[in-house]
Ligand binder design. Structure first.
Ligand code: ADP
Ligand code: ADP
Length: 196
């Protein structure tokens, strides 16, 4: 399947995507992870170019999950052109719908194992030992931008630039709404239903 995950920061996209990836053997492309490594704000053309290259990988031929992309309607239009050239299209857009008020606690409690992308939460998904990855025993980190103040501007950008992307795909009748405020297992069930 060819999937897009859309939702504000903290809505649980990164938590759910490994489960989707395992079930459907898809390649997972998270532009946030790619671009944070670059450390800069990037243009639509640059990020579209990065996705275009990544989609050429053999592992991405049968299907893929796009997480954090497209973030603007311009990116969505360019993605469509890119896929049309390849004779394929997006099967499903999972819209991780959630109230803004819930996100501050999600974001400020988030701890990440950088090399694997595994995500924990001090309250909702605590590691076995505080600050330590369950699998490798390596230290966890907090993202510098995971503060209440930065979240506010990330959310503004989401509502202004990325919410229109949901309407863009709604017109194409490929959007499934996920109740992202539910506990992780229930969200997983909804995702599975939407993909079945
Ligand atoms: P995103 O990738 O959409 O920014 P994450 O998957 O990183 O969001 O989730 C943000 C934080 O919230 C993480 O600390 C994660 O452990 C936690 N979390 C994810 N899904 C849920 C959920 N359904 N209920 C409670 N906490 C969650
Ligand atoms: P957030 O958790 O705020 O949604 P991400 O982890 O998805 O952020 O991305 C981190 C940063 O990378 C973003 O704040 C943005 O500057 C950049 N970025 C990620 N995806 C894109 C994109 N599709 N287009 C432009 N910039 C992007």
């Amino acid at each position: 399947k060819r999937l897009i995950l859309v939702g504000p920061p903290g809505s649980g996209k990164g938590t759910q995507s490994p489960l989707i990836k395992d079930e459907y053997c898809l390649c997972h492309l998270a532009t946030g992870d790619m671009l944070r490594a670059a450390g800069e704000l990037v243009s639509d053309d640059l990020v579209v170019g990065i996705i275009d290259e990544a989609l050429k990988k053999p592992s991405c031929q049968k299907g893929f999950i796009l997480d954090g992309f497209p973030r603007t309607v311009v990116q969505a239009q360019k993605l469509d052109e890119m896929l049309e050239k390849r004779g394929v299209k997006i099967d499903k857009v999972l819209n991780f719908a959630i109230d803004d008020a819930i996100l501050e606690e999600r974001i400020t409690g988030r701890w990440i194992h950088p090399s694997s992308g595994r995500t924990y939460h001090t309250k909702f998904a605590p590691p076995k030992a505080p600050g330590i990855d369950d699998v490798t025993g390596e230290p966890l980190i907090q993202r510098k931008d995971d503060t209440a103040a930065v979240l506010k501007s990330r959310l503004e950008a989401f509502h202004r630039q990325t919410e229109p992307v949901i309407h863009y795909y709604a017109q194409k009748k490929v959007v499934s709404n996920i109740h992202a405020e539910k506990p992780p297992k229930e969200v997983t069930e909804e995702v599975q239903k939407a993909l079945s």
